[in-house]
Design a binder for this molecule. Structure first.
Ligand code: DC
Length: 232
């Protein structure tokens, strides 16, 4: 039986960098489901699809081939043969991903891809609905949060090295808008699973969060008698 760890939470709470580090420590595969929604959005934008129109988006899903591949640079997301891992990180794609992720057809399209990876591998999967919809039986569920101000501050610190025009207030506004949209959409809204453990990282370092989750995984897997490669 594979071991599944679900990590959900709002944008910018540190889910992906923490999940990556944990996956390395545990020798698990890391699955960034946000990258899948972003790749769908990029594909629609590149093909001039009206992303405000759910029917147009649904029609265009038929021709979309999405996959994860392991390369020398680690795990990358592909649309057909195109590695889109870097081009999905723009603001434009973030906002488009937030829009298309509210469409049931898009969620349905990505459902089996996510479930299949988790069935066949020990995974740490991060997203918004992993503990509630995708992996309701995950052995460990974490809900990772941080205040919107702290998440905007971290993003601002990251951006200002390369972008002299980075604007904290604008970043905060976009984070609050995406939070609102993710929480209030009808399908698979961002929600803490009943059995998830909440960690508020506002005043914690990345290392402290990684250690806290590692301890939880250790305890839960020992209790359930699951064999872990890297935890004795
Ligand atoms: O985590 P992220 O910022 O890369 O996610 C991009 C968008 O995709 C975000 O607006 C929320 C959405 N998303 C989702 O609806 N469900 C997931 N499991 C992961 C991401």
């Amino acid at each position: 039986m594979s071991i599944n760890i679900a990590i959900d939470g709002p944008s910018g709470a540190g889910k992906s960098s923490i999940s990556k580090e944990l996956a390395q420590k545990l020798a698990f595969i890391y699955v960034d489901t946000g990258a899948l929604y972003r790749a769908v959005a990029l594909y629609m934008v590149q093909n001039n699809v009206d992303i405000q129109n759910p029917d147009d988006v649904e029609k265009n899903l038929e021709s979309l081939k999405l996959s994860f591949k392991h390369t020398e640079q680690g795990q990358r997301v592909f649309v057909g043969e195109q590695d889109v891992s870097d081009s999905i990180r723009t603001n434009e794609v973030s906002m488009a991903a937030s829009k298309v992720s509210g469409y049931p057809a898009v969620r349905e399209f990505l459902l089996s891809l996510q479930k299949n990876i988790a069935q066949e591998n020990d995974v740490i999967m991060d997203g918004r609905d992993i503990g509630t919809v995708i992996l309701p039986d995950a052995q460990v569920k974490i809900f990772l949060t941080a205040s919107a101000q702290e998440r905007a501050r971290r993003r601002f610190e990251e951006l200002k090295a390369t972008d002299p025009n980075a604007d904290y207030d604008e970043i905060l506004r976009l984070i609050e808008k995406r939070d609102y949209d993710d929480i209030h959409r009808d399908v698979s809204p961002l929600k803490k699973a009943q059995d998830a453990i909440e960690i508020d990282s506002t005043n914690l370092s990345k290392g402290q969060v990684v250690d806290a989750i590692y301890q939880i995984v250790d305890e839960k897997t020992k209790k359930k008698n699951l064999h872990m490669k890297s935890i004795s």
